[in-house]
Design a protein. Sequence first.
Length: 125
Amino acid sequence: MTLAAAAAIAAAAAVSVFAAAFALYAVLETSIGAAGAAAVVAGVAALIVAIAGLLAARKAESRQAPSASAAPDSFGLAEKLVGVVRDRPLLSLGAALAAGVFALKNPTFTAAMAKAFMETRQPPR
């Protein structure tokens, strides 16, 4: 019964978010046109998702107990990148956007990098 109630609440939330987005689009379409209204709706949705993500990250950080067992030099590359993302989220966002633009501007390089990471290595015989 609890699962059905949670599903109903999630469905109601999804419908209300969709209706609010459509209402915002309808209000803005007359003044700034269809493309502008769609851009504003997308921007508002992105802003809401970003705020929710920041709130969730803060809540997760407050639940985590700091561990002093590992020295900072013993971290691998992935742990260092995660630390940079946590410490400087705007810098990380800018770097991700720059990487995305670079990937769009250089599709051959992007394909070569994807192939290099996805290709399985055969052990020498």
